[in-house]
Design a binder for this molecule. Structure first.
Ligand code: SAM
Length: 353
């Protein structure tokens, strides 16, 4: 046979059980099949990642069938029960890594940050397979767009909350609708402060996972991140007891919170309940201008915030351009250019005596 017809290198092949591979060969191969968390860079769109996963799905099927043949086999040719137990155990671990959260569809993306003001760091953010309408399991473009503006805000329209000095940095920042946590974790790193990241109870396990995944980075940057459930308009069972004492936070941040008709009123009620009542307190909100619907929801949010005994008015606003991969996963034109509106709200003091 000619050289060109040689099979792939043996170390890439899965051993055949009918060849009765030695314990060392089987065990070493099983170790190599370990699923490591997959990390992509910011520039990989979700579509590209999922396409790549589809290509590797074939290999995955072959591996799953190899693992299941080991689990079903008596491994009678191995020397001892101990060896058999170790091989079965390792094969079962590899199998379960391919069935749960690490199954196809999950991605982890690494988001870089760099500025001469705070240096360079990156955050690894896991997005589990999307299920139903759990939009909080995906990282949305505005969270990255807003995160990149945080440093400027601390030197500009929010500077009164960041006057240099040990007690000046807001003692705790509250994020509403954190989703996968990119914005809140970035805020902890960039502002070197303590941030409480919140969302619906169903979103909390992944959010908590991402907080612990990045704990070293956050600690290293001098920040702190905590995760707790807070449902806008929810009952006590949906809101952690740490939020029962109202109007505690000097600064609230929110990215991309509006996608249902009831969101403006619900979000407004949560901001009114949690934001401190003094004139320094601020709520920083970003809403992508995707279409007329989102623009209409933003108009309603402004109206809702301006209601009540202590109305919140928009003190400063602008629009920045960015990208948002919010489209259908099968849509080739998934990355869209969107204007991200941001606004900073504060208490209307005009009626104060
Ligand atoms: C479009 S996602 C944005 C997530 C994240 N801020 C980002 O930009 O990547 C909207 C978020 O609001 C959360 N959310 C929706 N309704 C909520 C409610 N009533 N209470 C708390 N969070 C809610 C969702 O779970 C989701 O995480």
């Amino acid at each position: 046979m000619r050289d060109t017809a040689l099979p792939p290198p043996p170390e890439e092949e899965l051993p055949h059980l009918w060849q009765k591979p030695a314990y060392e060969v089987l065990f070493a191969r099983l170790k190599k099949l370990r699923v490591e968390p997959r990390v992509w860079t910011l520039h990989d769109s979700r579509t590209d990642i999922l396409k790549e996963q589809a290509v590797t799905a074939h290999d995955r099927r072959e591996i799953v069938s190899f693992l299941s043949s080991i689990i079903k086999s008596s491994l009678a040719w191995l020397d001892s029960d101990d060896e058999r137990e170790l091989v079965w155990e390792e094969a079962s671990k590899r199998m379960s890594e391919r069935c749960g959260r690490t199954a196809m569809g999950e991605i982890t993306r690494r988001w870089p940050f760099e500025d001469h003001g705070y240096g360079a760091f990156s955050l690894a953010i896991r997005e589990p397979p999307l299920t139903g309408d759990s939009l909080g399991l995906k990282t949305w473009g505005s969270s990255y767009a807003l995160a990149q503006l945080l440093h400027e805000f601390a030197a500009g329209p929010l500077a009164h909350l960041f006057v240099p000095g040990p007690l000046s940095t807001p003692q705790e920042v509250l994020e509403l609708g954190s989703g996968t946590g990119l914005l809140g974790l970035a805020a902890a790193c960039i502002w070197k402060t303590s941030v409480v990241l919140t969302d619906l109870p169903t979103i909390i396990p992944n959010l908590a996972h991402n907080a612990s995944l990045n704990q070293e980075v956050v600690d290293g940057q001098g920040g702190r991140a905590e995760v707790a459930p807070l449902t806008w308009g929810g009952g006590r069972e949906d809101i952690d007891s740490m939020f029962w004492e109202l109007n505690r936070y000097q600064l609230i941040i929110v990215a991309d919170p509006l996608y249902d008709d009831d969101h403006p009123a619900l979000l407004s009620s949560a901001v009114h309940e949690q934001l401190a009542l003094n004139s320094d307190a601020r709520a920083l909100v970003m809403v992508p201008q995707r279409d007329e619907t989102t623009k209409g929801l933003l108009r309603t949010l402004r109206e809702e915030l301006a209601r009540g005994a202590s109305p919140l008015l928009c003190l400063e606003e602008s629009i920045v351009n960015g990208q948002d991969d919010w489209g259908d996963e099968n849509d080739d034109d998934e990355m869209r250019h969107v204007g991200f509106w941001w606004g900073i709200f504060g208490r209307d003091q005009s009626g104060a005596s």
